[in-house]
Design a protein around this ligand. Structure first.
Ligand SMILES: Nc1nc2c(ncn2[C@@H]2O[C@H](COP(=O)(O)OP(=O)(O)OP(=O)(O)O)[C@@H](O)[C@H]2O)c(=O)[nH]1
Ligand SMILES: [Mg+2]
Length: 461
C-alpha cells in the first residue's frame, strides 16, 4: 500500500486508508484488528506485501491515531465502531483539557493538613467541588469512634517511654449522682440504660481501671449504622479524666500524638447519642491517613485545577516524585504546632526539623526548578495556645552569628513573632537551596478558615 494514496484525489480511497490506519491504531494487536475488519484485510495485506510489515503503530498513532471517522459503508463491527468513536472523543477532550488544566500537588509530612484542605473544599462546596455522600459521612462517624479509642490507646502505649504507670484504682471515685462518668447515662436517655449502673451503684469499683483499659484495648471497629456502644462512654470519660492520663496528655509532644484528640474527648456525650451525625467541624477534625494518591478536580474561572493529595508518612514519600511531572504549583504543608513534637515514626526526630529537611530537598529538586511553591502553615489555632506553655527556644535555642540571632529571639508567648520566625526559617532555606529568584508565598491557616483556598485562586491566575 502506498501511503501517498492519502493525498489521492479520490476521496473514497483517502478516507479508506485513513480509517484503516485510525482503526488499527486503536488496537493492541494489529492482526486481531485485521480479522475483525474483513473488508480492510486486503488493504493491510497489500501494505504487508509492499513493505514486508504491517503499518507501524507509532506512525499510526502519531499521524492519524483517532482523529478520523470511518467512511460510511465500511464494514466496521457495531460495538467496535462505537468504541472507536468514544476513544476519538476522549482523545479530543483530553487534548483540549490539557490546554487549561492546572496541576497542583499537595505535599508535606503526615498530619500536616493536606487532606483537610480537600475536605474543606468539599464541605463548603467550593469551586464546584463535590460534597460528601451519605456513605462518606457514615464512614466519618465510624472514624470518630476509632479516633477516640485508638487515640487513648496510643496514649496508654506511650506510658513506658514516659516512665509512667497506671494506678491500680481510679484516683477519684465517681459518686452516685454522676451517672455519666459512672456508667454511660447521657441526658435524654433512660437511667439504667448505661452499662454499669446496676453493678456498682455505690461508685466505681477499685478494679475498674484495669477493666476499662482492657476494654479500650480490644475495641472492634463499628459497623455501618451501629451507634457508639454505650459501654465505652463511662471508661472513656473516666480514663480521660484520670490524673496520670492528664499528665501524659500534657506531655503528648514526646509521643507524636494527634493534637485534635482533645476536641472529641471534650464532647463525648454528644458523640454517644444514638442519633449522632458528624458535623462539618467533626469531619475536619477526624484523622484519616491518606494511602496512595488522591485526586480532586475543581473549577476556577476558565481553569480546571487538579489537586493531587499524597500521603506524607515516611514510607510513602518515595511516591511523591511520580507526581512531579507537569506540576504547575506545589502546596507544601507544615504544621506550626510541630515545633515541640517528635515524629510518630521516630521519637528522636523533631517534627519541625524533619519538615525543614523535606522542604530543603523539595526546593532543591531539579524537577521543580520551574514550579511555583507555596508554603501553607497549618494549625495556627493550636500553635497560639501551645506557645503559652511550651517555649520555642527550648527546641530551637538561640545561636548568634556575627551579632545576628539565628534562632528565635522573640517574646516567648508571642504567637505572631513565633509564626514569623518559622516563615523566615523556611524562606531562608528556600533561598539557599532553590533558584535565587524564586518567590515563596506563605499562608497561615486554622481548621475553620478558608485562607488556603485563597492560595488556589493565586494558582489559577
Ligand atoms: N486544630 C487544627 N487541626 C488541624 C488543622 N489542619 C489539620 N488539622 C488536623 O490535623 C489532622 C491531620 O490532618 P490531615 O489533613 O489528615 O493530614 P495529612 O497531611 O493529609 O496527613 P497524611 O494523609 O498522613 O499525609 C486532622 O485531624 C485535622 O483535623 C488546623 O489548621 N487546625
Ligand atoms: Mg492525607
Amino acid at each position: 500500500m502506498d501511503l501517498n494514496l492519502i493525498h489521492s484525489p479520490d476521496s473514497y480511497i483517502r478516507r479508506c486508508i485513513l480509517a484503516t490506519l485510525s482503526y488499527l491504531s486503536q488496537h493492541e494487536s494489529i492482526s486481531a484488528a485485521v480479522l475483525e475488519l474483513k473488508s480492510f484485510a486486503q488493504l493491510v495485506a497489500l501494505h504487508k506485501r509492499e513493505y514486508g510489515i504491517p503499518p507501524s503503530k507509532r506512525l499510526l498513532n502519531d499521524s492519524y491515531g483517532g482523529y478520523v471517522s470511518p467512511p460510511a459503508g465500511l464494514e466496521v463491527i457495531g460495538r467496535d465502531r462505537r468504541q472507536m468513536h468514544r476513544q476519538v472523543e476522549a482523545r479530543k477532550h483530553a487534548k483540549a483539557m490539557m490546554a487549561y488544566q492546572v496541576k497542583v500537588l499537595l505535599i508535606g509530612s503526615g498530619d500536616s493538613g493536606k487532606s483537610t484542605l480537600l475536605k474543606k473544599m468539599r464541605l463548603w462546596h467550593i469551586y464546584e467541588s463535590e460534597s460528601f455522600s451519605a456513605q462518606e459521612i457514615e464512614s466519618y462517624r465510624q472514624h470518630v469512634f476509632g479516633d477516640l479509642t485508638r487515640g487513648l490507646q496510643c496514649l496508654l502505649d506511650a506510658f513506658p517511654d514516659m516512665d509512667l504507670q497506671l494506678p491500680p484504682v481510679y484516683t477519684y471515685v465517681y459518686p452516685e449522682d454522676d451517672p455519666q462518668h459512672r456508667g454511660g447515662y447521657v441526658k435524654g436517655w433512660a437511667p439504667g440504660e448505661g452499662i454499669g449502673l446496676d453493678e456498682d451503684s455505690k461508685g466505681v469499683k477499685p478494679d475498674k481501671l484495669s477493666t476499662d483499659v482492657e476494654l479500650i484495648k480490644s475495641t472492634p471497629d463499628l459497623c455501618d449504622g451501629e451507634p457508639f456502644p454505650l459501654k465505652y462512654l463511662g471508661p472513656l470519660q473516666r480514663l480521660w479524666g484520670e490524673e496520670v492520663l492528664r499528665f501524659a496528655w500534657a506531655r503528648r509532644n514526646e509521643t507524636g500524638l494527634q493534637e485534635d484528640l482533645q476536641y472529641f474527648f471534650s464532647d463525648l456525650p454528644r458523640l454517644f447519642d444514638p442519633a449522632y451525625v458528624p458535623t462539618s467541624e467533626d469531619i475536619l477534625h477526624t484523622r484519616e491517613r491518606t494511602t496512595g494518591i488522591m485526586e480532586m478536580t475543581i473549577k476556577l474561572l476558565e481553569h480546571e485545577i487538579l489537586l493531587i493529595d499524597v500521603s506524607g508518612q515516611r514510607s510513602e514519600r518515595r511516591k511523591w516524585t511520580h507526581c512531579f511531572q507537569d506540576v504547575t504549583s506545589i502546596l507544601f504543608f507544615v504544621n506550626l504546632s510541630w515545633y515541640d513534637q517528635c515524629l510518630f515514626e521516630d521519637r528522636n526526630v523533631n517534627r519541625m526539623q524533619d519538615a525543614m529537611t523535606i522542604w530543603d530537598s523539595i526546593c532543591n529538586s531539579p524537577w521543580l526548578k520551574q514550579t511555583s511553591i507555596i508554603l501553607v502553615l497549618t494549625e495556627y489555632d493550636i500553635f497560639q495556645e501551645k506557645i503559652k506553655r511550651s517555649e520555642i527556644r527550648t527546641f530551637f535555642p538561640v545561636r548568634i552569628f556575627l551579632s545576628v540571632p539565628l534562632d528565635f529571639d522573640g517574646e516567648p508567648e508571642n504567637a505572631v513573632q513565633g509564626r514569623d520566625y518559622f516563615k523566615k526559617r523556611f524562606r531562608r532555606l528556600a533561598r539557599k537551596a532553590g533558584p535565587k529568584d524564586r518567590e515563596i508565598c506563605v499562608h497561615t491557616t486554622n481548621t475553620g478558615d478558608t485562607e488556603p483556598l485563597v492560595v488556589l485562586s493565586a494558582v489559577g491566575e
